[in-house]
Design a protein around this ligand. Structure first.
Ligand code: NAD
Length: 461
């Protein structure tokens, strides 16, 4: 086992373990760029700090079930195309598998496995009674018509229907999937089950439209959780939310909501980048206007023309277009990566000029980026804490469906805040106790909970 120790400017040490004995035992391929290897290494590094039992480590090092499906979809021109989909069920020690599914051209088995493992950790950290799962279909939803997208969503649901269920595995939205897709998914599941189970079928998926069993506050939940986490953690780092400057990588569900909520709390969003380009305005970008612009045009590009008008009372209408490097180099208090995995490598981390990185996306920093940020003394708030708001409100949606209740938005926000604050404090307490970085602390706080459940449950038989 090789342990790399990095010491930050603030004296905090981070330990990255390569080729852990469990990784050797399970014969993982030796590819340092492999996201699954990176994610398992982080988890095992935290397990080392806790003396977690070997049996729990090997269980958590691989998913319980990996399901791969291929299914044909009729395209609008009449020809059929074959798609590949996945559903990974990582661990269900705490409750049913829970996790979103994404539609993206780069969906791969190991990435979905990583995201499923992160879901197990996230649910444990926020203390909701769910395990971890994740799914996806390799496709580019932007190139599909609405009718093709509906047929694809319904075929994916019917392909994985035998292994999911309201008490077994509950999908939700992720990159490239929407409340409308969740509605088609629930409808397909209900139609393919016994009539008596139809009502219960609503609980098979969360993130549905509000009129079809969705929860108030679910669409903005992940962004709200990002804001709740920052409000709880930043005062300890001497950054007041009121007046802080922020840059956003990605402006989809998570960051468009996070940006709007933070702006309404008094933060100034000065740079935004998505797949269409990067924009900057040192006086502040109106995220409400930008969200309207993106829903009209598909991305942030063109907002620089100053044509956008918004209702959010932001500080400006428009921004200049900048290069990717200039986007990263924008001096801000907080940088929020909320796009895809592994986008912040050593080069981007070197460019960054910020005090805090709040990981709204899953695994946005690769190990080289993480090390560089630590060397620079940047505080990294880990994804399993920062973006846990989505799954938390998904749990509320599932609970409301199960008990035939309808919570109002205020109750959802209040309960969400309670879970987010609890998870943030658990992470800070673990850091103090273990003397480690926040990522290891968050994993350790999650693993302690899972380890204690395995201790009382035992391992069958
Ligand atoms: P989304 O599809 O709504 O948005 C993704 C964003 O990433 C878009 O703005 C897109 O333009 C941007 N992007 C894609 N490729 C890019 C590139 N090469 N350069 C710059 N930007 C790029 O997805 P989302 O739901 O907002 O999810 C974002 C992240 O948050 C993912 O890691 C996801 O797993 C995670 N997450 C989502 C939720 C949720 O509730 N949606 C919950 C927890 C975590």
């Amino acid at each position: 086992m090789t342990t790399v120790t990095t010491q930050a400017a603030n004296g905090i040490k981070t330990q990255a373990t390569t080729r852990d004995p469990v990784i050797e035992e399970l014969n993982f391929p030796d590819d340092p760029d492999n996201l699954y290897l990176q994610t398992v290494s982080t988890m095992l590094g935290a397990a080392d700090m806790l003396d977690l039992k070997h049996r729990v480590r090997i269980i958590l090092a691989q998913p319980k079930n990996e399901v791969m499906v291929h299914f044909p979809v009729r395209m609008d021109d009449g020809h059929h195309k074959l798609f590949k989909g996945y559903r990974i069920q990582h661990n269900n020690a705490l409750g049913p598998y829970k996790g979103g599914f994404r539609f993206h051209e780069n969906v791969h088995l190991d990435d979905v496995k990583s995201l499923a493992l992160l879901m197990t950790m996230k649910c444990a950290l926020v203390r909701i009674p769910f395990g971890g799962g994740k799914g996806g279909v390799k496709c580019d939803p932007r190139t599909l018509s609405t009718a093709e997208l509906e047929r694809l969503s319904r075929r994916y649901c019917s392909a994985i229907a035998p292994i999911i269920g309201p008490e077994i595995d509950i999908p939700a939205p992720d990159v490239g999937t929407t409340p409308q897709i969740m509605a088609w998914f629930a409808d397909t599941y209900m139609m393919s089950n016994e009539a008596g189970e139809a009502h219960d079928g609503i609980r098979v998926v969360t993130g549905k439209p509000v009129e079809f069993g969705g929860s108030a506050g679910r669409e903005k939940a992940t962004g709200q959780g990002v804001a709740d986490t920052l409000a709880e953690m930043l005062p300890g780092i001497n950054i007041p939310v009121q007046g802080m400057t922020v840059s956003l990588l990605g402006f989809g569900n998570v960051n468009s909501w996070g940006g709007r909520i933070l702006q309404d709390m008094g933060a100034k969003i000065t740079a935004v980048m998505d797949h269409t380009g990067a924009i900057r305005n040192e006086s502040g970008i109106d995220c409400h206007a930008l969200a309207e612009h993106c829903s009209r045009t598909g991305g942030v590009k063109g907002f620089g023309d100053g044509a956008a008008t918004g209702s959010g009372g932001g500080t400006s209408t428009g921004a200049e277009e900048v290069s990717e490097e200039d986007f990263y180099r924008t001096k801000v208090d907080v940088f929020i990566p909320g796009a895809l995995e592994q986008m912040v490598k050593a080069k981007q981390a070197e460019w960054l000029d910020c005090k805090v990185v709040a990981e709204a996306a899953n695994a946005p920093c690769d190990p080289s980026g993480d090390r560089k940020l630590t060397e620079k003394g940047v505080e990294v708030l880990p994804a399993i804490l920062v973006n846990a708001g989505g799954v938390t409100v998904s749990y509320f949606e599932w609970l409301q469906n199960k008990t035939s209740q309808v919570w109002d938005g205020e109750r959802v926000d209040r309960e969400l805040n309670r879970h987010m604050v609890g998870a943030a404090r658990r992470t800070l307490a673990a850091r103090t106790r273990l003397g480690c970085d926040l990522r290891s602390a968050a994993f350790a706080a999650a693993l302690e909970h899972i380890g204690s459940v395995y201790k009382v449950r035992g391992i069958f038989p």
